[in-house]
Write a protein that binds this ligand. Structure first.
Ligand code: TYD
Length: 424
């Protein structure tokens, strides 16, 4: 690594905490009878010590500012804190720096207790060597002190790289002799970071991440969802995408058959009722053909660039539907798919299971049925046996989830399996 120590500011650098801060400042202004400032002014509260901002933007005295902070926290601690999300690429960056044995720490004018809560909430606490924040009632936090406190005993500031989104961050880092990286995607004003002496400035967080990792971005993660028709995958996939994005992961959502223009055209041929009577062999080859294009066009490039790919069905569906459902046998289906998938295996597979009656009821209330969905009951029984076989063959990868419960309960399991996989 270029530097031994990496120090990060929090608000506007690691996390977009704007919504919670703005709403809590508005809450305090309304409650204390001040005019609510416009969003430009509200954004000035993100980053620097609140005490200074209340004095500067509301014309308060020290005592008034102290009281305003107490009111602000009535809302911020339980609600505002969680109205935030990590910037894209952040968890991958922290994890990769850690894996390369760099020292990684936070240095922020936010109270220590809030930084600890938030890093735990976002699941990044395990990647940090130190968190340097302020006391709840300390308003004279000096950024240089915070930066030095984030470093281990005896560390040389010149061996540290600091990333921040405001002039206070950059000026403090430069005064200490650190390398200063400007996060222009945060709450800086135009030109603020370059003017304050930043050595590098990035307009988007993935660019900052790629620069710090010198282009060597770790491979992303391949998550697939499987299950019989009507198992409720789509709802869970949408939830999972949102949950991951709020945690700073870049997500590509895709599906099979389909997922890219050529494969979507193949999908139409496979699923159309006009294709009634298609031979099982033709069907299996078309699924594999669609997969070959999709892996090359979408899945592999996204994984290479560090993204999480969530795919609605993959090879396991061909095992369940074509090997078992159509009784073509597993050997043939694996052979047919070898050129399509190469060495690619999902990192995690969520297998959603519901009983047939419930699945049928869900399908009946949805879009018109396609060529596979109108198959006879014995076909779906064989498909279910196929999924059982898929799971028994690789229980470490394939996680069975009881999808007959409420959306919320199912999602809790989905989140827990994916969360664990991300930590490993
Ligand atoms: P889709 O509408 O995506 O079904 P669902 O919403 O239930 O996932 O249609 C995909 C259909 O194709 C579905 O019936 C399962 C089937 N299928 C196979 O038979 N083999 C495969 O390899 C794949 C990917 C899907």
């Amino acid at each position: 690594m270029k530097y031994r120590y990496y120090l990060f500011d929090f608000d506007g650098t690691i996390a977009d905490t704007g919504e919670g801060i703005r709403k809590s400042v508005m809450y305090s202004a309304e409650k204390l009878g001040y005019a609510v400032p416009d969003v430009e002014v509200l954004n000035r509260f993100i980053g620097p010590p609140l005490h200074d901002s209340y004095k500067r933007y509301f014309g308060m005295t020290d005592d008034q500012a102290e009281h305003a902070i107490t009111v602000y926290r009535e809302r911020y601690i339980d609600i505002g804190l969680y109205e935030s999300c990590l910037y894209p690429g952040i968890p991958a960056l922290l994890k990769a720096l850690r894996a390369r044995e760099a020292y990684v720490a936070l240095a922020s004018a936010k109270p220590q207790m809030m930084l600890e809560r938030l890093t735990k909430y976002f699941g990044i606490d395990g990647y940090l060597d130190a968190i340097s924040g302020t006391g709840l009632h300390r308003h004279d936090a000096d950024k240089q002190d915070l930066l030095m406190a984030a470093l281990p005993e005896g560390a040389k500031a010149e061996e540290a790289c600091m990333v921040g989104d405001r002039c206070f961050d950059i000026e403090a880092a430069k005064a200490l002799g650190m390398h200063a990286v400007g996060a222009d995607y945060g709450y800086s004003l135009p030109g603020e970071l370059a003017d304050s002496g930043a050595d590098e400035v990035y307009a988007a967080s993935p660019d900052m991440v790629a620069a710090l990792l010198e282009g060597d971005v770790p491979r992303g993660m391949f998550i697939t969802l499987e299950g019989s028709d009507g198992c409720g995958k789509s709802t869970q996939i949408a939830r999972l995408k949102d949950w991951l994005e709020r945690r700073g992961y870049e997500v590509v959502l895709t599906r099979e058959p389909g997922g890219c223009p050529i494969s979507e055209r193949i999908r139409e041929v496979i699923l159309s009722l006009d294709s009634k009577g298609m031979s099982a062999e033709c069907e299996a080859l078309l699924y594999a053909a669609s997969r070959a294009e999709h892996v090359r066009e979408v899945v592999e490039p996204a994984l290479k660039s560090g993204k999480i790919v969530i795919c609605d069905r993959f090879l396991d569906s061909s095992i369940a539907y074509q090997a078992y459902g159509r009784e073509l046998g597993e050997d043939l289906i694996r052979q047919i798919n070898a050129p399509a998938v190469g060495n690619l295996t999902p990192d995690v597979t969520l297998l959603l299971q519901v009983d047939r009656a419930r699945a049928r009821a869900r399908m009946a209330s949805g879009a018109p049925l396609d060529r596979l969905e109108i198959e006879r009951e014995d076909f779906f029984e064989r498909v279910a046996r196929g999924f059982d076989a898929v799971r028994s063959a690789d229980p470490e990868r394939v996680h069975l989830i009881d999808a007959s419960r409420s959306i919320e309960e199912v999602f809790r399991d989905v989140r827990s399996v994916v969360g664990e996989a991300l930590n490993n």
